[in-house]
Design a protein around this ligand. Structure first.
Ligand SMILES: [Zn+2]
Length: 275
């Protein structure tokens, strides 16, 4: 099957994801945002493929999801070296039980993709929902935005039964879950669509100053710890690039962040009997 067929296939998958995002969030999104999502459903093209390193991403300047052509070569390379290829065709990467909280990363995902004999289009499909969330206005770039976008991706994947890799930002998702327990799910559903430079004001208005401060402090620490990973993300290539990213990803320590969350809870929640 050629790349043009794969793009056509992904265009359909992206539209299926937009339908689900509309269904899930249309009540909480402003009317003009809902209209924009309806326009995306009528768009002829929401997808491109290109020589863009090893990450799928949403390009806001092109308003399209970009899938890396390198995946074709990576899959061929891995097939040659992994003798187990295609022997566990029906094995799933994640089950409903570990879809939201797991320790997966790109490499464990690619290993699975080879063993399960996935074609390139099926590999791309696994990243489609997260990127369609961005296409539909869910924020990215900074780590906490990405963590919440991935958490919402995993929640939708579980709720609507969409195949999703669930291998992005696994450790940051765990932190987003802790914050969601504090902020509440309804607020976090809205928060992902608030532009990054307005998130603090949004939290100040909807909660209190200390909630906004907690969000910002954690975001600063996450971005600091993941600085090198994020910097190298778009400049590595091939299967070695995947390995490099996984190594960089493991090189962090979030103990301080969990301490911030515990301190916040004991100061503002337990005392008030709110937790
Ligand atoms: Zn993202």
């Amino acid at each position: 099957m050629g790349k043009i067929e794969d793009i056509k296939y992904l265009e359909i998958k992206v539209k299926e994801c937009i339908e689900i995002i509309l269904q899930e969030y249309k009540e909480i999104l402003p009317a003009d945002h809902v209209r924009h999502l309806c326009d995306l459903l009528n768009n002829e093209s929401n997808v491109l493929m290109g020589e863009v390193g090893i990450n799928c991403f949403y390009s806001s300047s092109q308003e399209k999801i970009i899938f890396p052509l390198q995946y074709y070569a990576i899959i061929e390379e891995l097939k040659k070296t992994d003798k187990r290829f295609s022997t566990e065709k029906n094995r799933r990467f994640v089950s409903d039980e570990n879809k939201i909280v797991n320790d997966n990363n790109y490499f464990t995902f690619f290993e699975y993709a080879i063993v399960a004999g996935l074609m390139a289009r099926e590999v791309f499909e696994m990243f489609t929902l997260h990127e369609t969330m961005h296409l539909c206005g869910a924020t990215g770039n900074d780590m906490l935005s990405e963590a919440f976008t991935e958490l919402k991706t995993r929640e939708l994947s579980l709720k609507y039964g969409i195949e999703t890799a669930c291998c992005n930002y696994s450790d940051e998702v765990k932190i987003a879950i802790e914050l969601q327990k504090i902020f509440g799910k309804d607020l976090c559903d809205k928060l992902i669509f608030v532009p990054n430079d307005m998130k603090m004001d949004f939290l100040r208005t909807k909660c209190k100053e200390e909630y906004a401060e907690l969000y910002q402090q954690i975001n600063v620490e996450l971005n600091c710890q993941m600085h090198e990973y994020q910097n190298r993300r778009y400049s590595v290539d091939g299967i070695n690039g995947v390995k490099t990213l996984v190594l960089l990803y493991s090189n962090k320590n979030y103990d301080g962040i969990y301490r911030m969350i515990e301190e916040f809870k004991s100061k503002y929640l337990y005392d008030n009997g709110l937790s």
